[in-house]
Ligand binder design. Structure first.
Ligand code: FAD
Length: 406
């Protein structure tokens, strides 16, 4: 079997792996990306494409465990925990529950804000400098509320926290929100607008990133599922795939939600679970929102691009169960219909599901492995992998020894 060598081998060709590849190439390394399917075919394909420093506060907050447990009774709840819980999922849940306190919440918020804000800045620079054609717009994200309870809770635990971090939130009355967004049905009680947020078309972004990686001399090997990694001492020596055997002086694990599966074969226990989400992509309705919206009560995200229109969201913890769940797709549709005059576009182009790589503490895992000397992690970005992608690439390329030849 052929044997190929490069400075850095990146496992996983999603938005995170490709961003790492781009930053590493710019630092002068030779790079090869190994992807089991097509680049960008995982969670990076059908997500909502919002770039959101406003999402700095994590899900790990007091009260969240109760909400998750109640959701077990409702298969169409925005956050759904499948009651058939296996060992790894139970361990993950207990770890998540332990972090649902204000001290961990504030710590995680600070760390997330730092990477989100850096990434937001880098992404707009990257899009301009590299000419990435991905429908990037800087119009902000608007949260829309139809009941006072969630609005009051988010003002207290979300907006006030963002204020302290210097991430702008504009508090809007129901009338102001309806005037800003005529696509909304009446009955809005208020809104929180985050003008610093942005949006892009994620499938376009990954395809543009892949193009830049190749143009800079990087190699992307599709249909190269990593089956096994050979080790020698504390070193990863060879990566075995159906497309050949590869090695790299350094190896970056950017396998998103699949990371724990390969991690296990290397004796690593990564505290992650797949958080399944769904999206529906349409041609544009006649009356579309002017900016990205989050319809807060049903937890539906609405993104409009010049090339299309997407409803997305829902978070389901069902382990690695593949496929669409009709109950949850229908709940997405119903949620959009509660909020919008024209919730769906004329033509449904794609029904999609994807696995968010959800870390137990809602923080991505970026940095060197303490077990394997040439392994680095770039994974666990949860609900924010597109938003955090550029800063992750920058961080990985800046790590000691990753670009410099040893
Ligand atoms: C419904 C939904 C909406 C979302 N909306 C947003 C949003 O608005 N903004 C935002 O920032 N984030 C959003 N996200 C989260 C975002 O999609 C993820 O955080 C991000 O895509 C993770 O990127 P990744 O590169 O780590 O993972 P992935 O894109 O999943 O990439 C991992 C890659 O590894 C490959 N792979 C797996 N195993 C192997 C193997 N053994 N060998 C080789 N390759 C392998 C997979 O095929 C895959 O392509 C959303 C997610 C969902 C599900």
């Amino acid at each position: 079997m052929n044997h190929h060598d490069s400075d850095v081998l990146i496992l996983g060709g999603g938005v995170v792996g490709l961003s790492c590849a781009l930053f590493l190439l710019k630092s002068g390394a030779t790079v090869r990306v190994l992807e089991q399917g097509v680049p960008g075919g995982g969670a990076s394909h059908g997500n909502c494409g919002t770039i959101t420093p406003s999402h700095a506060p994590p899900l790990t907050m007091p009260g969240m465990v109760g909400a998750a447990l109640r959701s077990m009774l409702r298969a169409d709840a925005p956050l759904y925990l499948n009651p058939r819980i296996d060992g790894p999922r139970l361990r993950w849940l207990l770890g998540f529950a332990r972090r649902c306190n204000w001290r961990d919440f504030h710590r995680a918020t600070m760390a997330r804000a730092a990477i989100l804000q850096r990434s937001r800045q880098l992404l707009s620079e990257l899009v301009r400098a590299e000419g990435l054609d991905c429908e990037f717009t800087e119009g902000g994200v608007l949260y829309v509320y139809r009941t006072p309870g969630p609005l009051a809770a988010d003002e207290l635990h979300h907006a006030a926290v963002l204020d302290a971090l210097g991430i702008e939130t504009q508090r809007l009355s129901g009338g102001e929100v309806e005037a800003m967004e005529p696509a909304l049905r009446p009955g809005v009680v208020g809104g929180l607008f985050h003008p610093g947020d942005a949006q892009l078309r994620p499938d376009r972004l990954v395809s543009e990133l892949a193009g830049r990686v190749r143009a800079l001399g990087g190699s992307i090997v599709a249909d190269a599922k990593v089956d096994r990694v050979d080790t020698g001492g504390r070193h990863l020596t060879h990566v075995r795939t159906a497309r050949g055997v590869f090695s790299g002086r350094e190896v970056v694990m950017a396998l998103g939600a699949w990371s724990p599966l390969l991690g296990r074969s290397l004796g690593l226990r990564l505290p992650m679970q797949p958080g399944k989400g769904y999206s529906l992509t349409y041609t544009r309705p006649a009356q579309t929102p002017r900016r990205a919206l989050v319809l807060r009560e049903p937890s539906v995200c609405v993104t409009t691009w010049s090339s299309g229109y997407r409803l997305g969201s829902t978070m389901e913890f069902s382990g690695y169960a593949e496929g669409l769940n009709r109950t949850r797709i229908d709940a997405l549709r119903r949620g959009a219909a509660m909020g919008l005059h024209e919730p769906e576009g004329p033509e449904l182009l794609e029904e999609w599901w994807g696995w968010r790589p959800m870390c137990v503490d809602e923080l991505p895992i970026i940095g060197p492995s303490s077990r394997w000397t040439n392994l680095h992690f770039a994974t666990g970005h949860g609900m924010l992998g597109v938003s955090m992608s550029a800063a992750t690439g920058e961080l990985v390329a800046a790590q000691d020894g990753v670009t410099a030849a040893s």
